[in-house]
Design a protein around this ligand. Structure first.
Ligand SMILES: Cc1cc2nc3c(=O)[nH]c(=O)nc-3n(C[C@H](O)[C@H](O)[C@H](O)COP(=O)(O)OP(=O)(O)OC[C@H]3O[C@@H](n4cnc5c(N)ncnc54)[C@H](O)[C@@H]3O)c2cc1C
Length: 457
């Protein structure tokens, strides 16, 4: 056996499983990553697109910051992540201006008591009670627990920010209730968020160090072509060998086989059919994965470098439907949370709109949405255009796991171990693990590592 554990994918989940197994389980771990840079969807670029500017792959703010699972997994392996200030407020666009959520929540005393009762009720929900709502919508939960009015509007706004789904009838109630409960218990707020100093790379750097300090290795630029299944077990993986002059689409052969006692697929389920022969697994499992794999959302947005700050707030901007693109919108001045990611006196802004998976993947539809977002930005931030030094468009299909719809969240997410193959595991934001995107990926990594250590594989 070449390695105790092979992990496919160097996102936070793969690196997290690898770091825990290397440090706590004493395992010899190999992580294989197709790209030449680790981090997956948390990839971070230094001095790009110019000196002193440091950008993530797109808009990122981490639920609960130093109180969340992405921080916790680093702490568990003895690595420290520093954080900037937590969000002071959420700004909502109403009647052609930005107002703070506190202003929206400025409700009468009668409603305040109702709101307190509601938050107490959510904070005291058991795991079983939360899970019982995984198959039902947040609309249904609100129908059963609130009357129409300002409280309901406030709840729907928070839930939209948590799920990036516009309508409560499409939101999985279990996901919203879990996130709200954890935020209330850990921060006494419905939703708190932070940004790690040094950008998203700070969440994965310590995990990489841990794997390497404990005898493991991370091989970048090594796409896994197949997980090898033999006699009801995962034997290892087949990796593309060094690339010759042929482009990869034409090349045959030249593969290396690497064997291990355990294989962890830490890539999202929508990429799983590319490396795993589903006909070797029970059909009910394969059908379920194929059925839900495209239940994901897309994002298009701009990273924007400004010559001068246009706000000094440490805040998050959110809007259900923009004037032009007619899509949910999010933005925040990232360098107000972490001044090290922009040159002195300048400002880095993250922006995006949420769209369908297909709209983000199709070049013409994507381009049109980006044009409409540019028009939206002129309306939403009139002072932005004249301050813009550069603007980087980006897009992603499958931004943060499975869409958080009823029947796709919590206990309905795919299991962490393959059925019938007891040394093949999964980790990441599309598999079981609660929390908001990055935190759910980190949670699933901790649970996956625990399962492997308990199995003693
Ligand atoms: C633009 C954008 C904005 C986001 N905003 C937020 C936010 O504000 N807050 C938040 O909490 N989350 C956000 N997310 C989601 C968050 O980034 C993800 O939930 C998290 O990073 C998922 O981690 P993961 O390890 O599960 O998957 P990934 O990071 O996708 O890791 C999977 C890895 O597997 C690799 N891989 C795939 N196929 C192969 C192969 N065949 N061989 C080898 N390697 C392979 C990939 O290259 C990748 O590195 C955002 C994501 C994006 C893209």
């Amino acid at each position: 056996m070449d390695w105790d554990v092979i992990v496919v994918g160097a996102g936070i989940a793969g690196l997290g499983v690898g770091a825990l197994l290397a440090k706590e389980g004493g395992k010899k771990v190999l992580v294989l990553e197709r790209y030449r840079q680790p981090g997956g969807r948390l990839m971070h670029f230094r001095d790009y697109p110019g000196p002193g500017w440091n950008v993530d792959v797109g808009l990122h703010l981490i639920e609960l910051g130093p109180f969340g699972e992405a921080h916790m997994i680093n702490e568990r392996v003895g690595k420290r992540v520093e954080w900037g200030p937590m969000s002071e407020t959420v700004q909502l666009y109403r009647d052609n201006r930005w107002i703070s959520i506190a202003e929206l929540a400025n409700i009468s005393d009668e409603y305040k008591a109702d709101f307190r009762n509601l938050t107490t009720r959510i904070a005291s929900m058991s795991n079983e009670e939360v899970a019982s709502w995984d198959g039902r919508s947040f609309e249904e939960w609100m129908d059963a627990n609130t009357a129409p009015g300002p409280i309901r509007e406030l709840l729907a706004t928070f839930a939209m920010i948590m799920t990036t789904i516009p309508l409560p009838v499409d939101m999985g109630a279990g996901e919203v209730l879990h996130i709200a409960r954890e935020n209330l218990l850990r921060r006494r707020q419905f939703l708190a968020a932070g940004y790690p100093i040094g950008g998203m790379g700070a969440l994965t750097r310590g995990l990489i160090e841990t794997i390497e300090e404990n005898g493991g290795e991370i091989r970048l630029g090594h796409p896994v072509e197949e997980v090898l299944l033999e006699g009801g077990r995962a034997r290892g993986v087949k990796v593309a060998g060094e690339q010759g002059p042929y482009p990869r689409d034409y090349r045959l052969g030249e593969t290396e086989i690497i064997e291990a006692g355990v294989v962890v697929c830490a890539l999202p389920i929508y990429q799983l059919p590319g490396i795993l022969d589903f006909s070797r697994l029970p059909s009910w499992w394969g059908n379920r994965i194929l059925d839900i794999k495209d239940e994901i959302t897309g994002l298009v947005g701009y990273m924007i470098g400004l010559d001068r700050p246009i706000t000094d707030k440490v805040c998050f901007y959110s809007l259900l439907e923009t004037p032009r693109a007619k899509r949910p919108f999010q933005a925040f001045p990232a360098s107000n949370y972490d001044p090290t990611i922009a040159p002195a006196g300048k400002q880095l802004f993250h922006t995006d709109i949420v769209c369908e998976y297909e709209e983000a993947s199709q070049p013409f539809k994507r381009r049109r949405l980006l044009e409409l977002l540019a028009e939206d930005l002129k309306i939403l931030f009139p002072e932005m255009e004249s301050a813009t030094a550069w603007r980087l468009p980006y897009y992603v299909a499958g931004c943060d796991g499975l869409a958080r719809k009823p029947g796709l969240v919590g206990r309905f997410k795919p299991e962490l171990r393959a059925p019938g193959i007891d040394n093949l595991y999964f980790a990441g934001d599309t598999y079981q693990g609660r929390g908001l995107a990055t935190n759910s990926a980190a949670r699933s990594a901790m649970d996956c590592a625990e399962r492997i250590m308990q199995a003693g594989s």
